[in-house]
Every structure is written in C-alpha cells, then in structure tokens.
Design a protein around this ligand. Structure first.
Ligand SMILES: Nc1ncnc2c1ncn2[C@@H]1O[C@H](COP(=O)(O)OP(=O)(O)O)[C@@H](O)[C@H]1O
Ligand SMILES: [Mg+2]
Length: 268
C-alpha cells in the first residue's frame, strides 16, 4: 500500500477578483521508503503541494478539492492540533532556511529533546539518551555541541540539526522543500547525501522538492515534474530524464530541463 496518496488535490486562493486555482488536480503516490523528487520551475506549485501535505498552507490558501491520505487515512482538513501531532510524529518537514525550524533561544540539544518528548512516550532522561543516536549523523554536531545555540552553527550544520529534528520521532515521511538552496554550494551535495542516507537508514520516505535535476538524478527513485500547478509527468528518474514526454523548451528553443531555479524578481 502507498504511504502517501495525493488524489486530485486542488489548492486555491480566494481573492477579490475571483479564486485563483494554484494547484489543479494534483495526483501522485509515495511508497514506504521511496524518495520522490519534485521538480519544476519557480511558481509551478511545488511548495504549495508540500505545504498542503504537511497541513501548513497559509491562509487564504486552502484545499479546494481532492484528498490527501497517509497510510490510508485522510489527513487533509484535520483540526490543527491533530495535524500538529501528525507533523513530527508521522511527517517530518525540512525547509530551505534551517532557521525557520529552529528556536534561536534554545540549545540544539534542548530542541531535539523537546521534539522527541513531544512525540514519543518517553521520560526526559530517555529522550536525552535517544537524542544521541540522532546526533550520530555523520558530521552532525558532537554530543557536546548539543549545548550550542543555533546561531553558533554554520548554515550546513544547522540544516543537519534540522534533519535530525525532522527524523527525531522516526516519521514515515519527510517533506523537504529545497533543503539546500540556501546553503553554500560546496556543502549542498553533502547535505543531500546525508538526507538520503539517514532516511534510508530510518526507512523514511522522502518527498524532495528541488529545482536541481542533478540532485534528482542522484538521489531519487521517481520524479514528478510540475508545471503551472499540475503534475506534467511522473515516473522513474531514468525514464523521465532520458525520455521526456513533456519537454519544456526555453525561449531559445532548447530543452530547459535544467531548471534555472527561482527567477529573480521581475522589475517593472
Ligand atoms: N500567498 C499566495 N497568494 C496567491 N497566490 C499564491 C500564493 N502563494 C502561492 N501562490 C500561487 O501558487 C503558485 C505556486 O507557488 P509555489 O508552490 O510557491 O511554487 P514553487 O514552490 O514551485 O516555486 C504561484 O505561482 C502563485 O501563483
Ligand atoms: Mg517553492
């Protein structure tokens, strides 16, 4: 059975001049332990898809139709508290900027302990002991660094902490939205490799949103290509890369499968 099923998902933004349909009939599945890449140019709807799954669509954005099922149970439209519990316990989230996931006032060790305590029936002592296996992520801050505050780490180290936090309660699914885009190019590959290896170790499935086809090719089992709020194509990575049924031609007529990443804001 699929771990995650997204069926005919519609996300819309009601506005004064009518309703904007930002995601239009999105359907895909993720199997347990599978890494699904999601690519597409800026504005294609990748982040909204991730946000809908983890229940963090920002109002006025809302689910206008369809279903999201985790282990066969609907998780769209759950009350906030229920969804907050699922987020963390069953779904871990990793965002582009690690600081959005970290509290600047608490040590990374405290945050790991808190996260574990929030989701698992353990004593504080057990949680502290448990957090060290999380810290065994290669090059993750050593246990003595658990007393450091987030700002004392580099961006790459912070994202390692966030990966440890996301996995702390052993969720079945990780949703990672451009997890390395904000990081130094020299450590992007390390973080992706780390994410892949720890998720495989923990048996967690991953929805990896990125605009980097190179990352997809090296990391993912299957890939969904999004375009204008729809899934244009989905399949095994080698098939989609080698036999694109939905080629995107750039203005110069070339196949622009190497998505350029977020566009610079347009000036007017
Ligand atoms: N707060 C918002 N209000 C109105 N429309 C939005 C909002 N956020 C996103 N959208 C619409 O949804 C589209 C997809 O956004 P997003 O999922 O962030 O794209 P991606 O992550 O692929 O770059 C945008 O192009 C925009 O049209
Ligand atoms: Mg995005």
């Amino acid at each position: 059975m699929s771990l995650l099923q997204v069926k005919n998902l519609i996300v819309e933004f009601p506005g004064r001049h009518g309703t904007l349909r930002a995601l239009d009939d999105i359907s895909f599945e993720i199997a347990p332990g599978e890494i699904l890449g999601v690519v597409g140019e800026s504005g294609a709807g990748k982040s909204l898809t991730g946000a809908a799954i983890i229940g963090l669509l920002e109002p006025p954005g809302r689910i206008g139709g369809g279903q999201i099922l985790l282990e066969g149970e609907r998780i769209d439209g759950l009350p906030y508290e229920r969804m907050r519990h699922i987020r963390g316990r069953k779904i871990g989230a990793i965002f582009q900027d690690p600081l959005t996931s970290l509290n600047p006032l608490y040590t990374v060790g405290q945050q790991l302990t808190e996260t574990i305590l929030a989701h698992m029936p353990l004593s504080a002592k057990q949680a502290r002991e448990r957090r060290f296996p999380c810290c065994k992520i290669p090059a993750y801050p050593q246990p003595n660094n658990a007393w450091a505050l987030p700002h004392q780490f580099s961006g790459g180290m912070r994202q390692r902490v966030v990966i440890a936090l996301a996995l702390a309660a052993e969720p079945k699914l990780i949703v990672a939205d451009e997890p390395t885009t904000a990081l130094d190019v020299s450590i992007q590959a390390q973080i992706i490799t780390l994410l892949k290896s720890v998720c495989k170790q923990h048996g967690a499935a991953v929805m990896l949103i990125t605009h980097d086809m190179g990352v997809i090719a090296e990391t993912c089992d299957r890939v969904a290509v999004m375009y204008a709020g729809r899934v244009a194509e989905i399949g095994p990575v080698h098939e989609v890369i080698n036999h694109p049924s939905h080629p995107y031609r750039g203005p110069d007529g070339r196949d622009s499968r190497h998505y350029p990443g977020p566009r610079a804001p347009e000036s007017d």
